[in-house]
Design a protein around this ligand. Sequence first.
Ligand SMILES: Cc1cc2nc3c(=O)[nH]c(=O)nc-3n(C[C@H](O)[C@H](O)[C@H](O)COP(=O)(O)O)c2cc1C
Length: 225
Amino acid sequence: MSVNYDGGHMLAPDQLLTTTRAVRNRLDLSRPVDSSLIEECLRIALQAPSRANVQPWHWIVVTDPRQRAAVGSWYTRAWRERFEANPDRYPAAAIRSARHLADHIADVPVLVIPCLELEALELPTGNQASLWGSLLPAVWSYMLAARARGLGTAWTTVHLAYEREVSAVLDLPGHIRQAALIPTAHAIGTAFRPARRRPLETVLHLDRWSRSDGGRTEQEGLSAR
Ligand SMILES: Cc1cc2nc3c(=O)[nH]c(=O)nc-3n(C[C@H](O)[C@H](O)[C@H](O)COP(=O)(O)O)c2cc1C
């Protein structure tokens, strides 16, 4: 039985939903994670919705150090190629944190790789919302359940530049596609704060699309329109 906590206090649902952050610097790399804790989080994740309740998901939990090193090397390579080539594209703090994770990914005790089972060998053309939408809510549930148990996670995808290579490491058949890689470890400290986000007023549309710029730059609220 685990506790839903933040520094020893129970986390209310809204608090859990607003303080589940991408944890990179505060992953405890020296503390093993009990496999039963991961299983608990995954059982909760399996309660997520999927199209027609098909549940087209598989979860690869990587803990073997050699497998972590093999997967991690592709992650690090992809991250360096993508971000070090464009260091000015993201805020410095975000880059520092992401670099820290990229440098230590193989040391994270658990790497969870949620996968989508396709009906064919190729992803279909056209809108794939119902396909990925049948897996991604479960991934977020996993991360919330982990946070509720004092674990830190981060949603990552950069390694997908080398999806084929990582699939080979994991022996994944061709119809199994990776959606993300979720490093999971005990969090160092449990207090996390809500993040700054684009204000609701700049992304909310009532009844129809109402801004020509998609709401990215206009700051006025609904009341000003
Ligand atoms: C689809 C997706 C892909 C992401 N890929 C990466 C990644 O490859 N590496 C990484 O360090 N963070 C990655 N992130 C984490 C985001 O950078 C992070 O969620 C965002 O900066 C907001 O931070 P917060 O979750 O702490 O609020 C990804 C997040 C999402 C949702």
